[in-house]
Design a protein around this ligand. Sequence first.
Ligand code: SF4
Length: 283
Amino acid sequence: MGLATVCEEARCPNIGECWAGGTATFMVMGEVCTRGCRFCAVKTGNPNGWLDHEEPDKLANVIRQASWEYVVLTSVDRDDLPDGGAAHFARCVTEIKKANPDIIVEVLIPDFQGEEAPLRVLLDSQPDVIAQNVETVERLTHPVRDRRAGYQQTLTLLQRIKTWQPDRFTKSSIMLGLGETDAEVRQCMADLRAHGVDILTLGQYLQPTPKHLPVIDFIPPQKFKEWQQVAGEEFGFLYCASGPLVRSSYRAGEFFIKGVIEARKAAGTQTPSSFTKETGHEQ
Ligand code: SF4
């Protein structure tokens, strides 16, 4: 069939919980990334403009047959394509929504090298939740992420989404255990909130192969709980999933977001910030 789920490829420990709960994550635009982040196990190379033009229809059909209620689309970075793959990614969202009118679609998108035009194309397809990960604190962005990625570039992208489409939920992720300090994590949370980010996930970095960056610390589960509290109470994130096994796409978070979106639709309101952090119900 030629469709790749990140759940299987990354051997995610939460696969049973997510799939049984009606959520799946697909990686679109192939399995070869033009970038080489030093925490990531995805293959690096140059796909030379290759795209599976049937992918949007295939995805729409598979999702309809499986009756998933919440789908996450992620992708490799495609710096080899003039638009970074924005038009193709947008077609995937459009076709999925056309074939599955009640589905919630979350997208984890490339940074499009900071360009505005591809981001607008993607936003026109109306995904419900849009994520771009800072991945780590500002000081560690390089060496952790590819040189073409940037801490400020990601923040600017997230801010643009909120400015252009305030009713979209925005989301980002931080991996812990790469040598960051508590003060740096706090600063990162403050930066994300200052750029309008609604949802945060925090998880433990695990070294995929000996060639990747080593783990500096294993963060105790209790510390993750404390960060979850800090994110909600101190910084005002709408929702924070935080735990050693939490990944950017995570069932508990998606369940929460689904509740918020459905409540919003029922109430006919648009603004994410009008929901309580604790329950996801409209105030
Ligand atoms: S851009 Fe994304 S897929 Fe590509 S290497 Fe970095 S983290 Fe992995």
